[in-house]
Ligand binder design. Structure first.
Ligand SMILES: Nc1nc2c(c(=O)[nH]1)N[C@H]1C(S)=C(S)[C@@H](COP(=O)(O)OP(=O)(O)OC[C@H]3O[C@@H](n4cnc5c(=O)[nH]c(N)nc54)[C@H](O)[C@@H]3O)O[C@H]1N2
Ligand SMILES: Nc1nc2c(c(=O)[nH]1)N[C@H]1C(S)=C(S)[C@@H](COP(=O)(O)OP(=O)(O)OC[C@H]3O[C@@H](n4cnc5c(=O)[nH]c(N)nc54)[C@H](O)[C@@H]3O)O[C@H]1N2
Ligand code: SF4
Ligand SMILES: [Mo]
Length: 733
């Protein structure tokens, strides 16, 4: 490979930034921004650290087999060949399907928002469907429910997950429980440009972070009370006539009757329960700010909005999203220029295997208890997955990335569940607390060692028009293989080759691309990609209505009513907060939430020196007065205490926080040997694993979301002698 930078993109997180790579002698030297790429205006610190990730000494390089029992401190890893590894997996799965049915095999993957599994996730789904298991445990209930699935009950479509904010044309942008400055760089850069051209910005977040500093309104909501805020905003909008009456009349079910009552009157009455003064008492947002924000949302429309994980991990996530969706519907901004728009996409053949779903497919785990939840769409929640493993309905697990025990609440329960599996194979880049529980570990390439096809980059019509074949920049390290190669090889060994072009990935890409008119040869010739001209169509609902039972936007959902849920958006105090748990509030008076780190993706990257040097220790953020009352100073090691145990972190003081609110960080376990910085045990004393002291229950009754973001807690000083000392190895007990 030459020294000229190669056009590529970084798939390490959801932003998928266009980039140019400097490669020298089989070594990735640097990743640089590519302003000519629709997502390439900037590269974040993690992208800049890509060379260190690729070439890190602790990468997994060979397939491994466990030789010691699951509860042994040392799994006794033994190097095996790919043939033996995949042969064993295929044999285990074939036997499982014959003896217990394919549904006894669970599949899992990392979230495509935090990893390059986005390269392969549709193919993973195809494999699961071809194999015939209904049980795919990913993080939909923690990460995708509010954007993708809950809005189906309002709009019949994924708003804001697929109907993305048209930031280039928005009059007003609303980010609710979403911090793109950390989480999705390409959204952040477009928003900065939008604000510079005069768009209004509203940020709803308990912390004043990221774009909140630039916002016209920053609403400091008490964690988990967002539904009350949304209902109050809607109340103010209705009360003042700040809503699109034509859209409401023509395109929502406001005019339908429920018994004697008009849906509209029911909604008006529900919202009237939350006048701004009442909402202030619940949410902590001053009544005047609620009124002023409602005015801006209306007067500065079209409104483009995005919500994300600040709203996803709550006992009331679904109703919160319903409340925000209904408020959004009233602005009439859906699918209009500058609103949330479904951009046209390059025609391609779907490859996620939907056509392979058969009527004989067993029901997914959890569909009986939450019939409208993720299981309805083939996703098993972490809570339900652990239960099904512990009661032996699921006996085997095939996992493409994902650090399940660290990422789901109740890590100990996760460990016990994974230990009890008959067979568990994990494909990953690094050894993790989850991989440590596997029978076989498969080494996976970083995306910079592998090829992937990306059809559309989502953010805008321009971005959607780009098709790019990302080429390997450096050779695979050791014997590592891409997820795509593993899926295709495994499918062939399972006798499913007919659905996988007999293992020929190139033939599969050609099939996928066929309707686009773009060829693999064109893509290979230009690593920067090929653009297919596309024109946005707006107000597509005018063709056939919305994809809901009433063909309209459902302010009132008969589907929810039929299953015993409140058909109107509603607020319920978070079930784990001090107000809900007066029995615990004396001992644990503070509310604990959490947020992502700029420097790491979720539970990854603590071993990368270029990143860890900027964030050497786990932190907990608290108000200076809250700290002072507990004898805690900035930088002190503290104990973060919940009813389920204690973990450690360093205090960071933040005067913008509500004094009753504390923010933690999850994902701390790995050491950084290069900097001599310690790892932390995932389960025992001395742990810094936030999810060790959080629970999967009480979960959202509709979606099964875990309450990771509004739980009772307290903070106390940690004895100096108990503060982390000598580095522990990154090997996990
Ligand atoms: N750098 C980096 N980027 C990432 C990731 C990462 O780990 N690191 N992870 C990727 C993944 S998997 C995801 S899902 C996305 C998530 O992206 P985001 O959703 O932006 O991530 P968070 O920081 O968890 O949450 C967003 C904001 O919600 C706020 N928040 C917390 N509790 C509440 C609440 O109760 N109500 C409201 N209104 N806000 C609340 C937090 O203060 C935070 O600023 O990011 C992706 N990108
Ligand atoms: N308390 C708390 N818990 C949370 C969250 C939170 O905000 N707070 N966030 C939740 C959210 S939004 C999500 S999405 C989940 C994320 O949970 P996970 O999807 O488990 O994400 P990560 O922790 O980033 O772990 C990714 C794993 O996949 C591996 N990996 C990375 N890239 C690849 C690849 O290309 N192929 C393969 N095979 N493996 C790869 C990494 O080495 C790592 O082991 O965590 C959830 N857990
Ligand atoms: S934000 Fe950073 S990690 Fe994510 S895709 Fe862009 S450069 Fe890569
Ligand atoms: Mo996520």
């Amino acid at each position: 490979m030459g020294r000229d930078p190669v056009a590529t993109y970084c798939p390490l997180c959801v932003s998928r930034c266009g980039a140019r790579a400097e490669v020298d002698d089989g070594v990735l030297r640097a990743l640089l921004p590519d302003p000519s790429h629709p997502t390439g205006k900037a590269i974040c610190v993690k992208g800049k650290a890509a060379p260190q990730i690729v070439h890190h000494e602790s990468r997994l390089l060979h397939p491994l087999r466990r030789t010691a029992p699951k509860d042994a401190d040392d799994p006794g890893w033994e190097r095996i060949s790919w043939d033996e590894a995949l042969g064993t997996v295929a044999e285990q799965l074939t036997r499982a399907a014959a003896v217990d049915g394919p549904e006894s095999v669970g599949f899992s993957s990392s979230s495509p928002s935090t990893s390059a599994i986005s390269d392969a996730v549709d193919w993973v789904q195809r494999l699961i469907r071809a194999f015939g298991s209904p049980n795919y445990c990913t993080y939909m209930e923690l990460c995708g429910w509010g954007r993708y699935l809950a809005p189906l009950y309002t709009f019949g479509a994924s708003v804001p997950g697929v109907y993305l904010p048209d930031l280039d044309n928005a009059g007003c942008i609303l980010f609710w429980g979403y911090n793109p400055s950390v989480a999705r760089l390409a959204h952040a850069t477009s928003t900065v440009a939008a604000v510079a051209r005069g768009a209004k910005l509203v940020v709803v977040d308990p912390r004043k972070v990221g774009l909140a500093a630039k916002a016209d309104h920053w609403l400091r909501v008490r964690p988990g009370t967002d539904a009350a805020l949304a209902l109050s905003l809607t109340h103010v909008m209705i009360d003042n006539g700040w809503y699109d009456a034509d859209f409401v009349r023509d395109w929502t079910n406001a005019g339908d009757r429920v018994g004697e009552e008009l849906v509209w009157d029911l909604l008006v009455a529900r919202c009237a329960e939350y006048p701004p003064e009442v909402a202030e008492g619940i949410t902590g947002v001053p009544a005047g700010d609620i009124v002023a924000t409602a005015r801006t949302l209306w007067e500065a429309r079209p409104l483009a909005f995005y919500t994300w994980s600040g709203l996803e991990q709550h006992s009331g996530t679904t109703q919160t999203m319903r409340a925000i969706n209904v408020m959004y519907a009233l602005t009439g901004s859906l699918d209009v220029p500058g609103g949330n728009v479904l951009f046209e996409s390059v025609p391609s053949n779907p490859i996620d295997g939907t056509e392979l779903l058969s009527d004989a497919l067993a029901p997914a785990v959890g569909v009986d208890t939450r019939p409208l939840g993720p299981a309805r769409f083939g996703f098993v929640t972490g809570e339900d997955f652990y239960t099904a493993v512990l009661d032996r309905r699921i006996k085997r697990l095939v996992s493409f990335g994902g650090n399940m025990v660290m990422a789901h609440g109740d890590s100990r329960r996760g460990r016990d569940a994974l230990r009890s599996l008959d067979f568990f194979v994990q494909a990953d880049l690094f050894m993790t607390p989850t991989a440590q529980l596997a029978d076989i570990v498969l080494p996976v390439t970083t995306p910079f060692e592998s090829e992937a096809l990306k059809i559309g980059f989502e953010y805008s019509q321009e971005a959607q028009s780009l098709v790019q074949l990302r080429q390997p920049l450096v050779p695979p390290r050791g014997e590592a293989r891409s997820d795509l190669q593993i899926v295709f090889d495994l499918a062939t060994r399972l006798g499913l080759g007919a659905h996988f072009w007999d293992g020929d990935i190139e033939a599969a890409f050609r099939h996928q691309l066929a309707p686009s008119g773009v060829t693999l040869e064109e893509l290979r010739a230009d690593p920067a990609g090929v653009r297919v001209p596309l024109t946005t169509r707006h107000r597509k609902y005018a063709d056939t209505g919305f994809d809901t039972p009433s063909r309209k936007v459902e302010l009132y959902s008969a589907t929810l009513a039929a299953h015993g849920y409140d058909p109107l958006p509603t607020f319920e105090e978070p079930l784990t907060s001090p107000r809900s748990r007066p029995d615990l509030a004396d001992r644990y008076p503070l509310v604990l939430s959490c947020a992502k780190s700029l420097f790491f993706c979720e539970t990854q990257h603590r071993q990368i020196a270029a990143l860890r040097k900027s964030a050497p220790d786990p932190h907990v953020e608290l108000h200076p007065s809250t700290a002072a009352a507990r004898g805690v100073s900035a930088g002190d090691w503290v104990s973060l205490d919940t009813p389920y145990g204690s973990v450690r972190a360093r205090a960071r003081l933040n005067a913008n926080l509500d004094p009753g609110v504390v923010f933690g960080e999850h994902g701390w376990w790995d050491a950084c040997d290069e900097l001599g910085l310690p790892g932390y045990p995932p389960y025992g004393a001395g742990s810094a694993n936030l999810n060790l002291v959080l629970r999967q229950t009480p979960s959202d009754p509709i979606s099964g979301s875990s309450p990771l973001r509004a739980s009772v807690c307290d903070v106390s000083p940690l004895e100096a002698s108990a503060a982390p000392g000598a580095p522990t190895s990154s090997a996990v007990p």
